[in-house]
Design a protein around this ligand. Structure first.
Ligand SMILES: Nc1ncnc2c1ncn2[C@@H]1O[C@H](COP(=O)(O)OP(=O)(O)OP(=O)(O)O)[C@@H](O)[C@H]1O
Ligand SMILES: [Mg+2]
Length: 398
């Protein structure tokens, strides 16, 4: 069983550097470690300051690096289906090159790269798999895809396949549209099976941690909060937030304004991600390139600790349905007698209980719903949302 650590965050915050530094530290602790970049715009090789390839390359003792190659992955996992989809686009009059391009579903490239995680896990060659993933929004959407795939395969696929078996020759002859052959279905089933397996690994809290990298900047924090919400929603275990590029106190007058802005955001970040621990790394004087600098970054983040430890276990909050209404539950270490105060602003919910306050970015299903009540139930704060009558009535007709 390999330990899986995925780093994600907004563009440019330091994901690659932190992933490489974590990998190096883990390797130096004696774990056989691989750092895989699944971001199509690779920079892992630049970070390690050596050439990498689509297959694992030895970087240092116990350490391997890999920049998964998009075209290879797509061909491997998606090739048969792609050929079919492409033939449909061509039949619709799309030029061949264009059809090829269009037949790769958005996100398919990164998803195929992520499949390497499962592959390494199953082969069992490594103790630790560190993933340098694509920026937040993208990865999130992709990570939730396997669930969609599962639904698709269970509910629609078998039926669709039966219909196709019956109607194939007739429909094909009449309208001339290319129909999927058995190989396409088999490839689809295999792909979704793999995605499901990968998804199972990624939501397994005994194996996986998804770690958020951020900088102390408004937009970066907001996006990290959003990602945090979705990790909870999809059940991806999060154990650490990395706050990178913190301007040191003695950075000098040129950085003073930056330092002040960061000092203002720091307590907010602590409150927003509480109880997930946060590690800070300073804004170094040099770019983080090459083994010595990566060692320095790793040291700043983890000191003498094991970077593969689980720094937090559990899900600080969850959203579920109770009697037809959505309920947001927050585990709090205290039972507050104080009044619970809720304030809404756009997609944000500010929950305040006495001195304790948290800003939550609401998942999309809750954004339009008014909050109905809030109260404690055995150390769990439950915020109840009003049901939305119109939409439910509309939906029940179908
Ligand atoms: N703590 C730090 N101090 C100084 N420079 C840093 C620090 N962390 C990262 N950098 C530098 O910032 C740049 C961006 O870092 P990195 O490539 O790790 O970010 P990223 O989040 O992976 O970016 P992308 O979204 O483009 O993949 C790099 O040049 C890196 O060397
Ligand atoms: Mg990167």
């Amino acid at each position: 069983m390999a330990r899986i650590i995925v780093y994600t965050g907004k563009g440019g915050v330091g994901k690659t550097s932190v992933a490489a530094a974590t990998g190096l530290l883990a390797a130096e602790r004696g774990y056989r470690t691989i750092v895989v970049s699944t971001d199509a715009a690779h920079s892992l090789a630049d970070s390690f300051d050596m050439a990498l390839g689509p297959e694992p390359v030895a970087v240092a003792p116990n350490l391997w690096g890999q920049e998964s190659e998009v075209t290879h992955n797509i061909e491997k996992y998606w090739g048969t289906i792609q050929a079919y989809v492409s033939s449909v686009f061509q039949w619709r009059g799309l030029d061949e090159v264009m059809a090829e391009e269009m037949s790769v579903l958005p996100g398919m490239d990164e998803l195929a790269s992520l499949l390497w995680i499962a592959e390494h896990h199953d082969r069992g060659g490594y103790d630790v798999i560190v993933v340098d993933a694509a920026p937040t929004g993208e990865t999130l959407r992709l990570l939730s895809l396997p669930e969609a795939g599962k639904w698709w395969i269970e509910k629609i696929y078998p039926i669709q396949r039966k219909i196709a078996q019956v109607a194939n020759p007739i429909v094909g002859r009449v309208i001339g549209m290319p129909m999927p052959g058995d190989a396409v279905y088999t490839a689809g089933e295999e792909l979704f099976g793999r995605l499901e397996h990968m998804h199972d690994l990624l939501v397994n809290p005994e194996l996986t941690s998804i770690r958020l990298v951020l900088n102390l900047e408004k937009m970066v924090i907001k996006e990290a909060q959003r990602a945090f919400t979705y990790f909870h929603l999809y059940g991806y275990p999060t154990d650490l937030v990395i706050c990178n590029r913190v301007v040191p106190d003695d950075a000098g007058p040129y950085f003073e304004a930056w330092r002040q802005v960061q000092a203002r955001y720091w307590p907010e970040v602590q409150a927003d991600f509480d109880p997930i621990p946060i590690r800070r790394a300073p804004f170094f004087e040099h770019e983080v390139v090459g083994i010595p600098m990566l060692r320095e970054l790793g040291g700043a983040l983890f000191g003498d600790e094991d970077p593969t430890a689980f720094f937090y276990r559990g899900r600080p909050y969850s959203v579920h349905r109770e009697d037809g209404a959505f309920v947001l539950s927050l585990e709090l270490p205290f039972t507050a007698k104080d009044e619970v105060r809720l304030r809404r602003s756009g997609d944000e919910l500010v929950v305040q209980v006495g001195w304790w306050r948290r800003n939550l970015i609401l998942p999309r299903v809750l954004v339009d719903l008014p909050t109905a009540s809030a109260g404690f139930d055995d150390h769990v704060l439950k915020v109840r949302f009003a049901a939305k009558p119109h939409r439910q009535a509309g939906a029940s007709k179908q």
